[in-house]
Design a protein around this ligand. Structure first.
Ligand code: PLP
Length: 445
């Protein structure tokens, strides 16, 4: 019934609509731990944490009880018009206490897209207050991903999300994708490649006019663009350019935040010094849609100045700082501390990365690169001379389908595979998941 109902009426995001109409969807009925179960009774290891968000797996009574308690006490309260409630005030303090350096203000939203969209508006708002209304351009990266509102998808470097929508908007520019394996020149070291990426970024700023460039948004490691870890020296070089031109630096921690890379933040893993940080997904362990944008007092002072002139600060969403989302997030953060989630990720990621690295020998696999519980695989027809399959997407789709048949959910992004299991995964489950992955590679080969 679910399949029939779904085919008849449900239009899916980010889905090949023809395939949905002809094959129908996979219906996920329930989950436990790192396993999900479909309507055909199959048990599948979730190697993609839902969408990179299910940090604590699919069953957690404490999170469910926290939601229930809050629903029974105060199911909704606006944060508009100078109203607040205890849970959201507490969550703000908690997040600021753990944020990467210097953040002191937080705004809540319901999704990563909304957090980044809010950031873009705040940057424009502050620049206008500072008397620099022309400073509007925001730079992202080719294959970077920051969301799906009109502004955040413009900032994302995903051509298929621009095609036929008349996007990107003109204020949004893209600098190069730092994929060393794919784009290095023969004989070029990782450090030299990183320096070239930073030069190209600087050239883009100079071409656009430095006084028109407002901000650079980046994920510490690219997620939606295919689990791409930054090459050696990349962030040092890029941050030198950011500092040189006084550009606002937003670090998008929507995927990397809350332990994915073996530290609380991706910013810690790669020594990033952001002016703003967005987070979502594992903030509530995916049990409730909530996101947060954190920033420094300097930006807040500009917002204050504008508000004094305009009166009302004119931005926000009905469900911003939702009491249930705040209560669930506080509980999730408590659980992260109590089970020492970061320590767990560091411990099991040794096994995870070892097993992933072992797949480097497979004839389909050209490069494996990961950190924490986050790993990307390049699939190539000839790894040595870097000849991709034609069409490239087909090999990724094949591996993804064979993995699914073997009981492992992985995400193919063209001819890259992203593997990022729930953070509570144990070593036995890592062995099982990587065996199934290896089997899928053999099937595809
Ligand atoms: N930023 C990053 C790095 C993401 O991976 C995503 C979603 O996958 C987003 C932002 C957008 O978040 P949401 O889908 O919650 O709007």
């Amino acid at each position: 019934r679910s399949i029939e109902q779904d085919i008849a009426h449900h239009v899916h995001p980010q889905t090949n609509l023809r395939q949905h109409a002809e094959k129908g969807p996979t219906i996920i009925t329930h989950g436990k731990g790192v396993f999900i179960y479909d309507s055909e009774g199959r048990e599948i290891i979730d190697g993609f944490s839902g969408l990179g968000c299910v940090s604590l797996g699919y069953h957690n009574e404490r999170l469910a009880e926290a939601a229930m308690r809050q629903m029974n006490t105060l199911p909704f309260a606006p944060t508009f018009y100078n109203r607040s409630h205890p849970r959201v005030a507490e969550l703000g303090e908690r997040l600021i206490g753990m944020a990467p350096g210097g953040m002191n203000r937080v705004m809540f939203q319901c999704s990563g897209s909304e957090a980044n969209d809010t950031a873009i508006k705040l940057i424009w708002y502050a620049n206008t207050a500072r008397g620099e209304p022309q400073r509007r351009k925001i730079i992202g990266r080719i294959r970077g991903y920051h969301g799906n509102t009109i502004a955040t998808v413009s900032l994302s470097g995903q051509p298929h999300m621009h095609a036929k929508f008349g996007l990107p908007l003109p204020e949004f520019k893209h600098t190069e994708l730092p994929n060393y394996y794919r784009f290095h020149i023969d004989g070029e070291s990782e450090e030299e490649f990183s320096a070239r990426m930073a030069r190209s970024f600087e050239e883009l700023i100079l071409r656009e006019g430095p006084d028109t460039v407002a901000a650079f948004f980046a994920e510490p490691a690219i997620s939606g663009g295919g689990a791409l870890m930054p090459p050696k020296g990349y962030w040092e070089e890029m941050q030198a350019v950011i500092r040189k031109y006084g550009i606002t630096f937003l670090v998008d921690e929507v995927v990397c935040g809350f332990g994915r890379t073996g530290n609380m933040w991706g910013a810690e893993t790669w020594g990033l010094k952001p002016d703003m940080v967005s987070c979502a997904k594992a903030l509530s362990a995916a049990f409730f849609p909530i996101s947060a944008l954190m920033f420094k007092d300097e930006l807040y002072a500009e917002m204050m100045r504008n508000s004094d002139e305009v009166g009302l600060f004119g931005h926000g969403y009905t469900y911003a700082g939702h009491p249930v989302g705040a209560a669930v997030s506080l509980q999730a953060l408590d659980i992260y501390d109590e089970i020492d989630l970061i320590g767990h990720v560091r411990k099991v990621s040794k096994r995870f990365l070892e097993r992933c690295d072992a797949m480097q020998d497979h004839p389909l696999v050209a490069e494996v690169r990961g950190v924490g519980l986050f790993c990307g695989f390049e699939l190539m027809r000839d790894a040595k001379v870097r000849i991709p399959f034609d069409p490239a997407w087909k090999v990724g789709a094949l591996v993804q389908d064979f993995a699914h048949d073997r009981g492992l959910y992985l995400r193919a992004i063209g001819d890259r595979i992203s593997f990022m299991p729930p953070l509570i995964i144990n070593e036995e489950e890592i062995d099982l998941a990587t065996e199934r992955f290896k089997g899928a590679l053999d099937d595809a080969w």
